[in-house]
Design a protein around this ligand. Sequence first.
Ligand code: HEM
Length: 211
Amino acid sequence: MPKPLLARRWLKIPLFVACLIPALLLLWKFRQDDLGANPIEFITHATGDWTLRFLAITLAVSPLRRLLKLPDLIRYRRMLGLFAFFYGTLHFLTYLWLDKFFDTSEILKDVWKRPFITAGFVGFVAMIPLAVTSTAGWIRRMGGRRWQALHRLIYLSAIAGVVHYYWLVKSDVRKPVFYGSIVLALLAERVIRNSRKARPTLAPRTLTPAG
Ligand code: HEM
């Protein structure tokens, strides 16, 4: 029987390129001097948006693979999560470098005094251990259970990202509320699924692939 499309290794290449498109577009606009009146703001907003989108997409992989009965979707989750970290790093670097010129005291003051920056910072810091331990070697070293427990940090990161967004917008909260609803729905799905798994049943359990 031929391998399903999602199980083919080469599919990771077009996905990788697709995930790079927002960064390449930014680079293109930069080269064309087309980043608007405030290029730093433009880059900060674009990279912030993509960080949040990739976090939400990564969180959606597990429920979607069950809903659509596409177990091979899981093969792409790591790449999507690493792209969330990639855009998060670009976003943070834009702030550190282009906005604050690596002025440590200014940055610390901001993180301490401006709640929306504190929330963003929490979101970014929570992504670091996830990116570091994303390899098969780390799963082996930590053991599946501990690794999975650590990787629940992605919910903290996404929630902190939404709070950060909500606190920074001045009036129109529709976009942060939209992302917030997605993240909360995904979190609720996870909690309900876990509580069903934990509940002892008399009926024999059907085995599903872990994710
Ligand atoms: C999980 C981590 C993070 C996520 C998901 C995130 C997401 C976002 C989003 C969605 C926006 C608004 C984009 C728009 O208006 O279209 C934004 C703006 C911004 N973010 Fe983040 N961010 C994160 C971390 C950080 C960190 C660590 C910092 C700096 C310490 C930071 C600083 C900023 C700044 C300065 C703005 C622009 C604020 C303004 O326009 O007044 N973010 N971020």
